[in-house]
Design a binder for this molecule. Structure first.
Ligand code: PLP
Length: 382
């Protein structure tokens, strides 16, 4: 990671910093593994920074949206509607209408009531909506419980055993057109066996649908590939080779079927850091606290998911190591980035980087405590 320290010194902290050269390298690596019938939709909810979106669009990826606001952000960023897919368990009427007006590629439908509303809204516009069904494959993922999505206890998707009936229901409706099956089992998944288990489930389902003549044109396997939060410098680019190979080897696609992916974290996670300044260092009988000017309002993942972000003292990299709890200024005891963490000795004014913060970082920022939202800079404008 290359940090332009001199330029950082002049900036108001905290701010996000995006290394667009690393983003481009990551995008190139993804593209190097794609077959001609593979399509990658960037999961926009991970990060909507306009420059980040521009680089992703220029690389030729489509988008995976989970709200009307995201669809609008993608259209504004110049993505083509035909490259947009739209998921979510609770799509509002205005969001469905926005998708219909733009003529997006596909609605990933999560229930029969939603299917019926899409049909009704499309009929009112005299349009036909392309729909795929999000299936809950009841596949566990080795990840934090709050970001596992593919189990029956999770709110997402439609049960696999109901699929024939649901597809037939779609075929009975005149303003929806069934084009695909959609899956997404969770996030920050590093064990390829989890994706292999998903392939198995999809194969079983396809074997069942085939004799009934219900095979789809598109299979969308979602996203979820994790990044190395422990060693962002050593492994800045996720293991796309094994990820795509798992699907190439595990999934039995039928001739002509298109395979779609929805990667979020793996695309943008490593290119972003949250840059913050040390305000105070204080100690008590058992702890040394390094108090920084970024808090959980700027990066909520540690408080929300027990997530780990590597912490680097940019100003004093060679300093003697001291054990700190690195904490923010917010009035919540969960406003802690790391505990008992060995960091080169910190002093007031030192610049600190919280690494691997490109995904689900800036976009989750909030204004609790009447704080300002963090600024963002990229390697292009600094
Ligand atoms: C969040 C999400 C993704 C992306 O997940 P990552 O773990 O960031 O790759 C893909 N598809 C759907 C439907 C999602 O909700």
């Amino acid at each position: 990671m290359n940090y332009p320290l001199k330029q950082f010194e002049t900036k108001q902290t905290p701010f996000y910093y995006y290394d667009l050269a690393l983003l481009d390298k990551t995008l190139d690596e993804i593209k190097s593994h794609l077959d001609k019938h593979y399509h990658v939709h960037y999961a926009v909810k991970a990060n909507v920074n306009p420059q980040v979106l521009r680089h992703i669009r220029q690389a030729g990826l489509g988008c995976d949206c989970v709200s009307g606001g995201e669809i609008q952000a993608c259209l504004d960023a110049g993505f083509k509607a035909e490259d947009i897919v739209f998921a979510g368990v609770g799509k509002s009427d205005w969001e469905i209408n926005l998708g219909l007006d733009a003529d997006i590629f596909c609605f990933n439908v999560e229930s029969v009531p939603e299917l019926e509303i899409i049909n009704e809204l499309a009929a009112a516009k005299n349009k036909t909506a392309r729909v795929a069904f999000r299936i809950n494959p009841n596949v566990g993922a080795h990840t934090h419980a709050n970001i596992a999505t593919g189990l029956s206890e999770n709110k997402f998707g439609i049960d696999m055993q109901d699929m024939e009936a649901v597809i037939r229901r779609a075929q009975d409706l005149s303003h929806v057109h069934y084009v695909g099956l959609h899956f997404h089992i969770g996030s920050q998944i590093l064990e390829m066996d989890d994706f292999a288990a998903l392939c198995q489930r999809i194969n079983e389902l396809q074997d069942r649908l085939e004799p009934a003549g219900l095979l789809p044109e598109n299979i969308n396997v979602g996203g979820g590939l994790g990044i190395d939060y422990q060693d962002p410098e050593g492994r800045p680019i996720p293991n796309f080779r094994d990820y795509f190979a798992t699907y190439a080897n595990g999934l039995k696609l039928r001739p002509g079927q298109q395979l779609h992916f929805e990667l979020g974290r793996a695309v943008v996670g490593q290119c972003g850091s949250l840059i913050t300044r040390v305000l105070y260092v204080k100690s008590n009988a058992i702890k040394q606290f390094c108090i920084v000017d970024a808090g959980m309002t700027d990066l909520i993942r540690p408080a929300l998911y027990d997530a780990y972000h590597r912490v680097v003292n940019l100003s004093n990299p060679e300093g003697q190591r001291v054990r700190y709890d690195v904490v923010g200024p917010i009035c919540e005891s969960s406003d802690v980035f790391v505990t008992d963490y060995d960091l080169p000795q910190t002093n007031r004014g030192d610049l600190i980087a919280l690494q691997s913060a490109g995904a689900y970082g800036e976009i989750m920022a909030c204004q609790y405590n009447c704080r300002r939202l963090p600024l963002a800079f990229t390697s292009e404008d600094i």
